[in-house]
Design a protein around this ligand. Structure first.
Ligand SMILES: *Cc1c(COP(=O)(O)O)cnc(C)c1O
Length: 379
């Protein structure tokens, strides 16, 4: 009925809602595009964006490495055939025994942002590469990290020297915040890094590795810069700030490799009118897959499957008994006035940070089920 493999699967199999369907061929295509936008860079997919095994399989086949946050993600990547040399342990918050486990499994690339963690790395991951994560005075992303991660440049400098003294191989890292539509954020990061590279060199510590993190945005309702636009800004910032010897780059894309590959199908549970507004309750909400609707930060697209005709404003809410399980009450949305219980609504571009964020059984609702289609599919 439909050429798109995701919609074909939904039409033919009509799986229970809500569900996420991911096209692994699209994941592979995004990986190829990303690689050609950043030739020569080491690419480490941030597994937390979507850890479905077929997604990892498509990325392993595309020659992409992985950014893991802990032992479970690490073990999963190895199980799917990733080479430990292509893994980076990018979470600055980690237990000493998890560092030891990663080292024992062959991981030699870490990120750190505090003296205690650098010391743990020196002890449990001797000789490894460690990128010191610096916090930037950059524009806020749609989902900013706040002050949880990264140290200021002066402390980063101390940590670089500390890491070198412990026999680690220091580099620098930054992360501009997820869903970052402002390409200038990377310019600020690269300028900050270049200064630190120079200062460290003056102390006899030659750094070679710069980790530019993730943050590349994907389009929902508002268009975002193209991959080429990000790449062009990054290339020109590197030319400006590292004119003599450009660093070896490491990139940790998450969302941008998987978001467009996924479509979430949901069903209308109830339509009700409250204080003059039309509320549409869906079987998907903040606790079973749309966590990123918190503060209405990410505004997904909602496409009715059958319902048509004139549209009117709606408040969108999830199915649970939690008062915070409201998706959008400030962001304007319109859906057909004919929309009824049982109608299906599709959310395209939802392959990232949906299934991986679903709770395991709040109100007895099971975590968002993922079906993968395409060459690496599991259905
Ligand atoms: C989550 C995360 C990423 C991926 O971020 P995206 O915005 O999805 O690209 C990359 N690096 C680290 C350390 C992360 O925590």
């Amino acid at each position: 009925m439909c050429a798109d493999p995701i919609r074909r699967f939904l039409d033919e199999r009509n799986p229970p809602t809500p569900c996420l369907v991911v096209d692994t061929d699209v994941v592979a295509a995004r990986a190829r595009e990303f690689r050609s936008a950043f030739p020569g860079a080491l690419i480490r997919y941030a597994v937390k964006a979507n850890p479905a095994p077929p997604v990892l399989d498509a990325l392993v086949a595309a020659g992409i490495g992985f950014d893991v946050a802990g032992p479970a993600e690490l073990a999963l990547c190895l199980e799917r055939g990733a080479d430990p040399a292509d893994l980076a342990y990018g979470n600055p918050i980690k237990k000493p025994r998890d560092i030891a486990y990663a080292f024992e499994r062959g991981v030699r690339e870490f990120t750190s942002d505090a003296p205690g963690d650098v010391d743990h790395l020196g002890r449990y991951a001797p000789g490894s590469a460690v990128s010191i994560r610096v916090v930037l005075d950059a524009p806020d992303s749609v989902t900013p990290f706040g002050r949880k991660f990264g140290c200021d440049p002066a402390e980063a400098f101390d940590l670089v020297l500390r890491a070198a003294a412990l026999g680690l191989r220091p580099g620098l890292a930054f992360h501009v915040g997820s869903q970052q539509p402002d390409v200038s954020a990377w310019e600020i990061g690269i300028a900050t890094a270049a200064k630190l590279f120079e200062e460290a060199a003056a102390q006899g510590v030659e750094m070679t590795r710069l980790n530019l993190g993730g943050g590349f945005a994907t389009t929902h309702r508002v268009p975002v810069p193209s991959l080429d636009a990000y790449a062009a800004t990054i290339a020109s910032a590197l030319e400006t700030h590292f004119p003599a010897n450009p660093p070896e780059l490491l990139l940790e894309p998450g969302r941008v490799l998987v978001a467009d590959a996924g479509l979430l199908r949901t069903e209308v549970v109830l339509v009700a009118h409250r204080s003059g507004r039309r509320w549409v309750y869906l079987d998907i909400g903040r606790y079973n897959g749309l966590a990123e609707a918190e503060n209405e930060a990410i505004a997904y697209r909602f496409e009715p499957v059958g319902a048509a005709g004139p549209a009117g404003p709606v408040v969108l809410a999830g199915p649970t008994c939690d008062g915070d399980d409201v998706l959008y009450q400030r962001t304007p949305y319109e859906l057909p006035l004919s929309l009824r219980t049982g109608d299906r609504v599709d959310l395209p571009g939802t392959g990232a940070y949906t299934a991986s964020y679903a709770s395991v059984g709040f109100n007895g609702i099971e975590p968002l089920r993922t079906y993968c289609v395409g060459r690496w599919g599991d259905v």
